[in-house]
Design a protein. Structure first.
Length: 318
């Protein structure tokens, strides 16, 4: 009887310890999730309009019609937007603001609005993967597939914005030397800086650099000084050569140097840098192409001499 009682007591203690472990693990998981949610949503925020959109509305442009304004999609987007405002990720939001401005401020989205759009894209892709998994597995729901869809969809949306901003900055870098030449020629003919910029902008209004010049002219018309408008354009376009040009323009104004000569010399310097970069790229390409050329040559040699090599290894050439 004593042995039986001890066995029962050991079994009860084992069950009690097992339950205590389960309870402790559940409490730890709940505390971890609670702390994670509190850390992510601990930053208060309010829904506001981007400065670019405010400037567009102030200058008479028509307001946008996006998923945030349409009656059918507004009930879905506003909770996601509120969540985006409360997410405590300042570095990501700062990167999104800079990237949106570099991309030309598409639809005048704020960082929180684009984050909400990216989250919606990820949720839609995750739901599609879950439905596909249910069809393939006979009705079994996979949370892992949903998480993968959310992560991939959100990342893809952010990468598309980054790619758009990069392509726009590259187009601006190619356009800058020619625009500087035109401005310097117009100023050499007697036009002021503002008149020369207006002449250049009138040529191709849809060009990304001309769009930035238009924004600079609009700021000057609203009372901003030329130096401040130029500095704002340098902040909008993350391009080192443009910042260098604007610094040269500001220094020329302070020293009284003819601005047309400064712009012409800057355009020549940019073209020289581009030719140097092209020569370096050509030299690197010539080195990189050696490896595939050698592989092709070896494949041709093996194809030609393979029968003779096989015959020699099998017993002789004759």
């Amino acid at each position: 009887m004593m042995i039986g009682d001890q066995a029962v007591l050991v079994g009860v203690l084992a069950v009690t310890v097992d339950q205590a472990l389960h309870i402790g693990l559940s409490v730890a998981v709940f505390a971890t999730v609670f702390m994670l949610v509190l850390a992510l949503l601990g930053q208060p925020g309010k829904i506001q309009v981007s400065p670019q959109r405010e400037a567009a509305l102030a200058t008479g442009h028509s307001d946008r019609r996006t998923v945030f304004e349409k009656p059918l999609t507004r009930p879905i987007m506003w909770p996601l937007l509120a969540l985006g405002h409360r997410l405590a990720i300042p570095h990501t939001k700062g990167w999104l603001r800079r990237t949106l401005v570099a991309a030309g401020s598409p639809e005048y989205y704020t960082a929180e609005e684009y984050l909400a759009l990216s989250t919606l894209t990820g949720c839609v892709l995750g739901a599609c993967l879950v439905l596909l998994g249910m069809l393939m597995s006979g009705g079994q729901v996979s949370l892992f597939a949903f998480a993968i869809g959310v992560i991939f969809g959100t990342g893809l949306s952010l990468y598309q914005l980054y790619d758009k901003a990069s392509r726009r900055v590259r187009l601006i870098s190619r356009r800058v030397p020619y625009a500087l030449d035109l401005i310097s020629l117009a100023m050499g003919a007697g036009a002021t800086f503002t008149e020369a910029v207006q002449t250049v902008v009138r040529e191709e209004g849809d060009d990304p650099f001309n769009v930035e010049l238009k924004a600079m002219l609009a700021e000057m018309e609203l009372g901003t000084t030329r130096r401040r408008a130029l500095e704002n354009m340098a902040k909008r376009v993350p391009l080192d050569q443009l910042r260098s040009i604007i610094s040269s323009i500001v220094q020329a104004e302070e020293l009284g140097t003819p601005l047309a000569d400064v712009l012409h010399s800057q355009a020549n310097l940019l073209r020289l840098h581009r030719s140097v970069r092209a020569e370096n790229a050509a030299a690197v390409a010539s080195v990189r192409i050696l490896v595939p050329s050698l592989l092709i040559l070896m494949a041709v040699i093996l194809a030609v001499f393979a029968p003779a090599i096989l015959k020699a290894t099998s017993g002789g050439l004759f």
